[in-house]
Ligand binder design. Sequence first.
Ligand code: AMP
Ligand code: ZN
Length: 463
Amino acid sequence: MPLQFYNTITHRKEKFNPISDEIVKIYTCGPTVYNSAHIGNFRTFLFEDLLKRYLIYKGYNVYHVMNITDVDDKTIKRAKKDKKLFEKLTSKYSALFMKDIEFLKIIPADIYPKATDHIEEMIQMIVNLEKDGIAYLSKDNSVYFQLSKDKDYGRLINLNLSELKSTDRVIDDEYSKDNPQDFSLWKSWDSEDGDIFWDSPWGRGRPGWHIECSAMSIKYLGEHFDIHCGGVDNIFPHHENELAQSISVTNKPFVNYWMHSEHLQLKGDKMSKTQGNFYTISDLISKGYLAEEIRFVMLSAHYRTKLTFSIEQCSDARSAIQRIKSLYNRLINIANRNLSKFKLPSEYQDFIASLDNDLDTPKALAIFFKWIRSINTKLDNDQDMNNGEINGGIEFLNIVDNIFGFLIKENFAPQEVHSLAGEREKYRGMGDWETADQIRHKIYELGWIVEDGSDGPNIKPKK
Ligand code: AMP
Ligand code: ZN
């Protein structure tokens, strides 16, 4: 089965075909930095990390942009009319977000553009929409997107605009989730904004939330790119409106695959900052939980199903991870580290097939843990495992870890280093010492040392 993803816009799973063979371009909606991100937000960010890690594992190069929403109704409200306070607030929560990203071992995006650094690009887009008669200026100097000018509006939520009566205007970021309305592209200044404003052809004001992501995604990924992600609450109105604006400006398709993760819930309700029912990453750290345990809880459910969070799940994750680590150690202890020889277990194919099927992590992990049980039984019963099988097992564990990031392996080299060590063994076997030494140097640059022991190479961290 080829790699396929569920595409929100077509409502079905589709084979993944990137626009270019060279690079897959991904845009993910980042945090609104008026507060600490909660673990619900991180469920979405971890889903995006899994997607990215899996694409990398499949051999794609990925270019990933995640924006930082550092201006919207909520940030302005919290800054209480004071631009200095506003900047202090958003840089404080942006920094905390980056710390959490690092703690959770999320592969960083290639770039994290901030909305406030791209006001010019947003203004330019709005000017273009106005020129084409799609945007209009209201009496209060706000600029709106006119839904009736976009005959295909409703692409993502599958909505036929002609069936709808209401096209009232809406200026707030937080508005009714099921009522399409002319939405603001530019909001004119009012006294509540204090000294938080930017100049524009329509006077002082600030951009609407949706235009931020249109401007930044197009700037960094071009007018047509591969994947756009977010949580399901982003589908409408945020992504619907982003799509309408972008297509109206460029006349190009904008995004090929829209992927959305379901919500993390707490006691049956969506975890949310505004409701106040949430845990942050630092709440979990202070309870003693580790990054890999949080990763395990979030990634063991399929990204398109709701997940209800409880603290006990972190404890269950701890014992599951212990099982993985203990098998890793058992295999490392008995392995002859001549790593050029390995045979991946037959379960590997089923594991990959599950992930190819729209990242079916529950199925992939069920296969993986069944394999762990079978190998432990073999080892418990002193059944023979040949070297190829043992090294294949280690390789499988490394692959799972590269995709899921469940193990902290200060002392275990990544798959790339193992592969290089295997290569080096081949050259040593052929007596090509020069190439073998070059590979040893490459391994060193990656932070590892290869020592040749009587039973094959031993890989240690450089320190
Ligand atoms: P925000 O900071 O509110 O702009 O949200 C950042 C990201 O987190 C967006 O992609 C949201 O869709 C996502 N998100 C918000 N709440 C949850 C939740 N409870 N579960 C999963 N994702 C969420
Ligand atoms: Zn966005």
